[in-house]
Design a binder for this molecule. Structure first.
Ligand code: GTP
Ligand code: SPV
Ligand code: MN
Length: 608
């Protein structure tokens, strides 16, 4: 085969042979006009941001330094679960919850899509590292993309560029493994053709080859579809690696809770997309003396340390947070983080004075440009910001960032929370009886669908461990992996598992629990349960506090009846839940661990 001369292709700042081979292979297939190797420098970032401004993708904000507004194509606003595939060699390894196609068949289809797909564009090669660079075994990747927006976002969300590439070849010359992650917008430009601000393609594929640990993404420029270090690598591929190596890759925030006595506890919590991880991770406690620091808001990798405790690391370096609902009252720390600048805002509204705005933020403007680039006023019928609009901002700017956030050893987890968005049935907080029962809680987690993925919002679906769209293998095997994890440590060293629901509603649809900073009252109860200090009531579903067993001192504007309703365990509602759990377990099929069937039977018995 004759080598094609593509400017930049030969400027590789690495000797890593597989990187060089793969980049050449992709360049020859996608035929970009030029190749750029991303070093992560400030000068490079300025140049790429300027290109995004010139293309009309970015509008610089006047109110925040080095920050930009972007509006996506209205069809490209969220993850596309229907178009997301786990292409394991055997269908049963993808399991009943994933879309599957044979790798050969998928590669044949996608190779034809990629052929010439970068024509007229620049192909960027982004070396990146998920998790601390100081890890003795850093988790490396290379994303190839033809999107400048992806380059700018990966700079915020990951440790990337030269500092990551330096890890690819060890001092003794051996080459480390990395995850090749290929992304194309699928929007080639013919000579003379004018570009659009948000190129993408109606045909979309978000594809994972778990045995090869590779990712191929096509047609979307948005978030979890295109920033391949995030959901594709750190959850779908990492969950497979974790299964094989004995650790967990989870859709969890990591927070540090400091008691009035200065005792430190680390908590990990899994809530489905747009169900409160970022908000809990940056919580400002309303109870005196308690403090929270943040380590991560979306993903946790957890493995056992030498002391037998489970340690968590956040693989990311930025927050890709839901904008609507964020304000100085609900999440002041997120507001302070973004106000320091260096952020990208996608699908929020742009105010006339060059700032961003979204629903429920303070200072509603009299006029703004909506995410659809239309005139917007408070009287408009449409929302100013898309419900899944996002800010992309560096973690390092968070005012309550825990100093140990970049520690390769991670932090020892005392409690794991599972939570969903349920209008009924699920009480504010429930303590599991033990790890197996906690795994049952996670495996049967349910939530109303949100705008974070394309499709109908509001439908209740099972979202096991908040990982339904992110488990890279058979969900039954994943549950077994959780059960096995609990057997690998002393029960007293394992995190205790709790189930929370901030979203229970009264008859008039009002949310019963005030949430946000007030969730610190629930965290306090959880810690005091671990310490053996707080009281709880035994119920058929686990240990649940009554209102007088929670610290409600100084809680404002919330009637006691509402709190009692939020805490209520209604056996009738639970009896209605049982067939839904049975249906779900039937869907998982023969790989469902028998221990989880036993838990279901035991729950039925206790409900009578
Ligand atoms: P992803 O980034 O999609 O994974 O979402 P997330 O889990 O980080 O959710 P996030 O914290 O961004 O919250 C999503 C929405 O839930 C926002 O609109 C919040 O305002 C709302 N929310 C978060 N916490 C609470 C809470 O305690 N109570 C209520 N009522 N709403 C909340
Ligand atoms: C989620 O949907 O859970 C997110 C946003 O955190 S995305 O990066 O699009 O996956
Ligand atoms: Mn998420």
């Amino acid at each position: 085969m004759t080598a094609v001369a593509i400017p930049g292709l030969d400027n590789a700042p690495t000797t890593h042979s597989r990187v060089l081979e793969w980049v050449r292979e992709v360049a020859e297939l996608t035929t970009p006009d030029r190749v750029e190797w991303i070093d992560g420098s400030d000068a490079e970032s300025e140049r790429i941001n300027q290109k995004l401004v010139d293309q009309g993708t970015f509008v610089p904000l006047k109110s925040k330094p080095n920050s930009y507004w972007a509006a996506s194509d209205p069809s490209d606003v969220a993850r596309v679960e229907e178009r997301t595939f786990i292409c394991s060699a055997r269908e049963e390894d993808a399991g009943p919850t994933n879309n599957w196609m044979h790798p050969d068949e998928m590669k044949a289809i996608m190779t034809e899509l990629y052929r010439g797909s970068m024509r007229g564009r620049t192909m960027y090669v982004i070396p990146f590292c998920m998790g601390p660079l100081g890890d003795e075994n850093p988790k490396l990747g290379v994303e190839i993309t033809d999107s400048e927006y992806v380059v700018a976002s990966m700079r915020v969300m990951t440790r990337m560029g030269k500092k990551a590439l330096d890890k690819f070849v060890k001092e003794d010359g051996t080459e480390r493994e990395f995850v090749p992650a290929l992304h194309s917008l699928g929007a080639p430009l013919e000579p003379g053709q004018e570009d659009v601000p948000w190129p993408c393609n109606d045909t979309k594929y978000i594809t994972h080859f778990p045995e090869e640990r590779t990712i191929w993404s096509y047609g979307s420029g948005y978030g979890g579809n295109a920033l391949l270090g995030k959901k594709c690598y750190s959850l779908r591929i990492a969950s497979v690696i974790g299964r094989d190596e004995g650790w967990l890759a989870e859709h969890m925030l990591i927070l540090k809770l400091i008691s009035p006595e200065n005792k430190v506890y680390y908590i990990a919590a899994a809530f489905p997309s747009a169900c409160g991880k970022t908000n809990l991770a940056m919580l400002r406690p309303t109870i005196p003396g308690w403090r929270v620091e943040t380590l991560g808001d979306d993903i946790a990798w957890m493995r056992f340390g030498e002391d037998g405790r489970l340690y968590a690391v956040n693989p990311e370096a930025g927050f890709f947070g839901v904008a609507p609902g964020t304000n100085y009252k609900t999440n002041p720390h997120a507001m302070e983080t973004i106000n320091k600048g260096n952020s990208v805002f996608t699908n929020v509204a742009l105010t006339d004075d060059g700032d961003v705005w979204w629903e429920e933020m303070e200072n509603t403007p009299e006029h703004a440009t909506s995410w659809k680039k239309q005139d917007w006023t408070p009287d408009s019928d449409e929302k100013a910001a898309h419900p899944n609009s996002r800010y992309c901002t560096p973690m390092s700017q968070c005012p309550i960032l825990a100093p140990e956030w970049d520690d390769p050893n991670g932090v020892p987890i005392s409690a794991i929370l599972f939570g969903g968005r349920r209008a009924n049935t699920i009480p504010l907080v429930t303590e599991s009886r033990d790890w197996q029962h906690g795994t049952f809680m996670g495996a049967t987690l349910s939530s109303e669908k949100t705008a974070a993925a394309a499709g109908k919002v509001g439908e209740v679906r099972r979202d096991p461990m908040a990982m339904l769209p992110f488990i890279g293998y058979n969900a039954g095997d994943y549950f077994q992996h959780w059960i096995d994890t609990g057997k690998r440590a002393d029960a007293n060293k394992l995190p205790k598992i709790f189930y929370v629901n901030w979203f229970r509603r009264g008859d008039d649809r009002r949310i019963l629990w005030p949430g946000f900073g007030e969730n610190s009252r629930v965290l306090k109860w959880i810690i005091e349960r671990i310490e053996g200090k707080a009281a709880a009531s035994e119920t058929p579903i686990g240990w649940v506090p009554t209102a007088d067993q929670l610290d409600l001192n100084g809680i404002e504007d919330t009637p006691l009846e509402d709190i009692e309703l939020a805490l209520k365990v209604d056996p009738e509602e639970w009896r209605q839940e049982i067939p839904l759990i049975e249906e779900w377990f039937d869907k998982i099929g023969e790989k469902l661990p028998t221990s989880l069937r036993d838990e279901l039977e035991a729950l039925k018995q206790r409900l009578g």
